[in-house]
Design a protein around this ligand. Sequence first.
Ligand code: GLC
Length: 686
Amino acid sequence: MQNNVITEDASGYHWEPNPGYGGNYVYCSKKISPNECFFGLGDKPASLNLRGKRFLNWGTDTYGFAKEQDPLYRTIPFYYGMHNGTAYGIFFDNSFQSFFDFGKESPDVMSFWAEGGEMNYYFIAGPQLIEVAQNYAYLTGTAEMPPKWALGYQQSKWSYYPEDKVWELAHTFRDKAIPCDVIHLDIDYMDGFRCFTWDKTRFPDPARMINELRKLGFKIITILDPGIKVDNKYWVFNEALEKGYFCKRQDGDYMRGKVWPGDCFFPDFTNPEVRKWWGGLYKELIEQNVAGFWNDMNEPAVFETGTFPDDVRHDYDGQQVSHRKAHNVYGMQMARATHEGVKNLRKELRPFVLTRSGYSGVQRYGAIWTGDNVASWEHLWVANMQCQRMSISGVSFVGTDIGGFIGEPDGELFVRFIQMAIFHPFFRGHSSSDQGDKEPWAFGAAYEALIRRAIEMRYEFLPYIYTTFWQYVMKGTPMIKPLVFLSQNDPQTWLREEEFGFGDQLLICPIKEQASTGRIVYLPKGNWYNFYTDKLYKGEHEVYTDAPLDRFPLYVKEGAVIPLQPVMQYTDEFPVRQITLHVYYSVNRNVSYFYEDDGDNYTYTQGNFSVRRYTVFGNRKQMRIVQELFGTFKSNYEDFRIIIHGLPFKPSEFIIDGTPVKLPKRLRDKTLTITVNKSFSRIQIM
Ligand code: GLC
């Protein structure tokens, strides 16, 4: 790094005693370099580059949050700095309320501080942003492979009940041939909002319903909140009370607060014994075959007061601390208790947990959705920023309530939202019930067709999405990458924020305006094919891209190999008999991957997986595709259908592993389709 200063203290570490609580307020300040950009910090609904702004971290239930509102639900005290082509990261591992000022108070000073705890921060060297992201993931923990079904489309609403309504929903999906893997049951499935119970008039026999829904290819996810109803006829309440598992106030009273069930007490998830107990409570839901678990309101949210008062006591793994220290990790510890409990109860299968709150490292326990957003065009932009930012903050398994939780999207807004969400790893439509229907068919036939097409596209891209997830699991590589992560030496990318990369080979740019039929897209370095037209464009340029309502700007990197599968109504509807490899001609050598495993169990950790590595390159007269295979997973298909895009010549012949095949005249086309055995090692096209 040739003696370039990466980051330098301004006044560095300093502190002030905290007379009210004891301990110190801890501060650190650093000089801002000219042209320095800042990224990261989790779910902030603001522009990607954080320079000139100040933020607060204190997980907060923020129903109908606005652009720029701060703080929201999560705390990820980790940021990137980047200047002169060099990036670094700082992770301030302090769970107290913390602040980050990126030159708002004083334009050339960046500072971060917390209301207590230690000045415990990690410096992560780059120089590439991607390397910083990967090392931050090593530090805070990488995710596990999710069950594949959790990458399918998920349908939710507050709430689907009674059972008949769920059946009507399930049948409508199948009748209309709109793919869907999961139906969520929000709080009204419970008996008076008591966790781990069912309302038996609405759902008389949950196990029967769930198992019958499985025959149609649907899995059920149920919601659970941390608030346990104060009710001495309720076993969960009694058990926790008896065992001393509820949080208490400083002077010994229980922490009492109103949430959906009315008066509640709250388990102390920072206590390992409580986590174990909570994890065990899932036993019955697991026996009933509930597939996944949604942990909500875990900031923790309390109706009158927002959250717990500061004096509430927590075990904090034996440290005995106040809520000031435990608040920001409470939700993550709930998700952890759920993840560990479910994994223990159903050892052979991968758990799926969805959580609203979280702290750095929450990616180890599940997926995140961004909370109670609004059906507006502005929120489409907000969702784009939040998902990109969460992804570079260690949490790639992220998504938003497609179409907006609050309010009524029109068909056009919903279509644009779901087109973007195809490339958000967590893919769920969810909304509040009192505001009309927002299922894919709620907007009339023309929109229904467009929404179906978007969901179908998600299922076609699943092999690529799953591979991208594997890369995230193995290396901590963000699945969604802001443009600057693709080309950090290009100053054009420093402030652009709407285009994003997905995996190694795709670039997406959402349409964020009403009545738009296209937009300007900036392509980073390299050459890029328009996915719909196969036209090739030079990177480091702006390109006006047509996007009538059935399209959105989607580009493929030259030399890419993109594995696609047929449309399915749910992820394991039928064994895949053929994968189509879309191969994009390139003069420059490009490498792509295709990962496969069993999809829902842990045999991949014992070697039952396969990775195919493709290298593509060519010249004006020929092109080569090299395949290298690692691993032993047995897929259900024998052949690949290979579609070559962008050949600059009319092919007359190809050679597969030494065997030449002459092409009949009528097939000599620049988009060439050939079928080959999946174990090929090299194909040469001339
Ligand atoms: C919260 C959640 C929302 C859920 C509702 C009812 O507002 O964020 O997703 O539908 O509670 O459980």
